[in-house]
Design a protein around this ligand. Structure first.
Ligand code: SAH
Length: 520
């Protein structure tokens, strides 16, 4: 056990230890303690007894590699996917789904208590049980497979090994739809037959970079988009075969095979000649069928292009939005702001039972989609604005407060919904929300640490935390979404909140310096 090293507070690299896994870290990794030192061990499951090798040792904790499971936990299960450990996609396929849901529920609860500073008993009394999936497999409606070549030069499709750029071949990802495998087989077989090259990140040569597949779960419509490197370096460049441009050698044959896949309605290419990590290029050419697929969500119809943002787990999205709608408590007359609205899915879901809805989103294309989606669904009581929430909202507020706005109701809305990215809401945005004094705030979050920080700020500004409901959007990963309801209890403005925010930033600095494990 290397006892002599323990006194110094450090382990030596490659040192072997036996340890009982007693906790779960932020990303789902196992945590074991040896004489008070925490060991973070990826792929170890709470309840396991394991042998682990020290990889990196710090003052108070160390990272170790799982060498052997000595006694398996009752929560350990065989991962369904043969490459679950190497692939960066799933982190906890070897933990039973039930235990995983408990882990996620606890993670949200503990972050709200520890980071947000809320009373544990109170939080327990208002937390609703996590919404899990009945069948947590094959839930993703979108897949992006990188294409590369193996040592013999044969084309392969698969996934990047965690944080690297080498492709592990796999055509049937268990969280994706079954059609993915069929489509990838057709593409790879075609590449072999017509000697189509795979893109090589190192040299920048080669044609096929990625295959994007999307499926509308309600409509059954399927889209395939091949992302290709079609620059001057490519010998196929500029070849024109009568009917249309031939982007891929033997293109007509490829289309013939792909269009037979049940549900196929759209085949396209996206040109990406840049040497970058960004998957999609902005130029898209439809080769066959429609440029978009259609799908319905909460009774609304959406058109989805290869570039559109659309939630990837439709079954859980329906539950999450349903919860947000419940927490918003609309009767038909209310004024609602939906900040970080994307293509307007929440905004439009609420429009049916609200007086007027306002959506704010930073990406211009998403706002265009949102406006189109409103039109397509005959919704006339929705206004969309493009820009940063922390800029659009204060500007609107200043203007309206100065008597300059046509819609006074929007100044003091009944409900504000926010669904920010992982970094949470900007302080300027929170400050303006507090000034607008909505009766209710519904906070949809994909990161419970920043959620907890923002809840503290909002509650210090006159709101009360009324209900929290986690939702498992990404089974087998460490991520968890939450939906929170806040109610206004006083007119108190957030006097202390700027100071508080500084404290939180300090917290994040410490967290970064420690390697992101502070809230484990
Ligand atoms: N509510 C939507 C999208 C949520 S994802 C849905 O459920 O589909 C978060 C969205 O916030 C993204 O669309 C992102 O583009 C947008 N975003 C990121 N930073 C923003 C900011 N500062 N202001 C407004 N929108 C922002």
């Amino acid at each position: 056990m290397g006892k002599e090293k323990l006194g110094s507070g450090r382990f030596q690299k490659d040192e072997m230890l036996e340890v009982e896994i007693t906790d779960i870290g932020n990303d789902g990794e196992g945590i074991g303690k040896v004489d008070g030192y925490a060991l973070f061990i990826k792929d170890a499951v709470i309840g396991d007894r394991v042998r682990a090798k020290i990889m990196k040792s710090k003052k108070n904790y160390a990272y170790a590699h799982l060498e052997e499971v000595l006694e398996p936990s009752p929560f350990r299960q065989q991962a369904r996917c043969p490459i679950a450990r190497q692939c960066g996609g799933c982190q906890i396929q070897n933990m039973t789904y039930e235990r995983q849901l408990k882990f996620k529920q606890d993670k949200v609860r503990n972050n709200i208590v520890r980071i947000g500073g809320f009373d544990g008993e109170y939080v327990d009394s208002i937390m609703e049980p996590i919404m899990g999936m009945d069948d947590p497999w094959r839930y993703r409606n979108k897949a992006q497979y990188p294409i590369g070549a193996d040592r013999e030069g044969n084309p392969v499709a698969g996934f990047y090994a965690g944080r690297t750029h080498s492709i592990i071949p796999v055509s049937d990802c268990r969280i994706g739809v079954v059609e993915n495998e069929m489509i990838l087989e057709i593409v790879l077989e075609h590449m072999r037959q017509f000697h189509v090259s795979a893109y090589n990140e190192g040299t920048g040569h080669g044609l096929v970079r990625h295959v994007l597949i999307r499926k509308g779960f309600e409509s059954g419509q399927i889209m395939v988009c091949l992302v290709i490197n079609y620059g001057k370096r490519n010998p196929n460049s500029g070849r024109d075969f009568g009917k249309g441009r031939e982007y891929i050698p033997g293109q007509e044959r490829l289309i013939e095979k792909l269009e037979k896949v049940p549900g196929m309605t759209s085949i396209s290419v996206s040109i990406n000649n840049e040497n970058t990590n960004v998957i999609m290029g902005t130029e898209i050419h439809t080769l066959w069928g429609e440029p978009v697929i259609r799908d319905t969500l909460n009774g609304l119809e959406f058109e989805i292009s290869p570039l559109s943002f659309y939630q990837v787990n439709p079954a859980q999205t329906k539950k999450l939005y349903g919860q947000a709608i419940k927490y918003a408590d609309l009767s038909g007359k209310e004024t609602v702001w939906d900040l970080y609205c994307g293509i307007g899915t929440i905004t439009l879901s609420m429009a049916k039972t609200a007086g007027h809805v306002y959506g704010v989103e930073i990406i211009p294309e998403a706002i265009e989609d949102a406006k189109e989606n409103a039109k397509r669904n005959g919704i006339e009581n929705a206004t969309f604005m493009c820009g940063k929430a922390e800029v659009v909202l204060p500007e609107f507020y200043e203007k309206a407060a100065g008597g300059d706005a046509s819609d006074k109701d929007a100044l003091h809305p009944d409900v504000i919904v926010v669904d920010p990215p992982r970094k949470g809401c900007d302080s300027k945005c929170l400050e303006t929300m507090l000034k607008m004094q909505p009766e209710r705030i519904v906070y949809v979050s994909c990161d419970s640490a920043t959620l907890a920080r923002d809840l503290r700020i909002l509650c210090d500004g006159g709101y009360k935390l009324k209900a929290v409901r986690p939702c498992d959007m990404f089974p087998w990963s460490g991520h968890v979404e939450s939906c929170v309801r806040l109610e206004r209890v006083s007119n108190r403005k957030a006097d202390s909140y700027v100071k508080l925010n500084v404290k939180m930033e300090e917290y994040y600095r410490i967290k970064d310096a420690e390697g992101g494990e502070a809230d484990g």
